[in-house]
Design a protein around this ligand. Structure first.
Ligand code: MN
Length: 131
């Protein structure tokens, strides 16, 4: 882990996914902040100002679509790239992701390496080489 590592906010209610994604992101040198629902995701986006947000869409309290809209309407957080993680590979989900302001989109189940690749597309290398 590098102190200069870019910070990723992972909003994901499924514990297994949270562990898998946060583990590989940390392995690749990113710092990971975790949130378990939309409300916590919005709060941590505002307080932590992460470099990128991975947003599961199916999350409690406030779903990922609404949380994304809230963050994209807030001048303090609107520039933070948001990558949606949706459970269905539906064309309508991809359209909706763009509509609410998501910057990227991954259909679940997605390989951990694919998540890292998408994060790297926005943030570049975090500073440490993963294997
Ligand atoms: Mn979920």
């Amino acid at each position: 882990m590098t102190p200069n590592g870019k910070r990723v906010l992972l909003v994901e209610d499924n514990e297994d996914n949270r562990i898998v994604y946060s583990t590989i992101l940390r392995h690749f040198g990113y710092s990971v902040i975790e949130a378990l629902n939309g409300e916590e995701g919005i709060a941590k986006a505002r307080s932590e100002k992460p470099d990128l947000i991975l947003m599961d869409i199916s999350i409690p309290i406030i779903d990922g679509w609404e949380a994304t809209q809230v963050l994209k309407h807030d001048p303090e957080t609107r520039k933070i790239p948001i990558i949606a993680l949706t459970a269905h590979a539906l064309a309508s989900d991809r359209e909706k992701a763009m509509e609410v302001g998501c910057d990227g989109y991954l259909a679940k189940p997605c390989e951990p390496r694919a998540v890292v690749a998408e994060v790297q597309r926005f943030l570049g290398d975090a500073g440490t080489q993963g294997q």
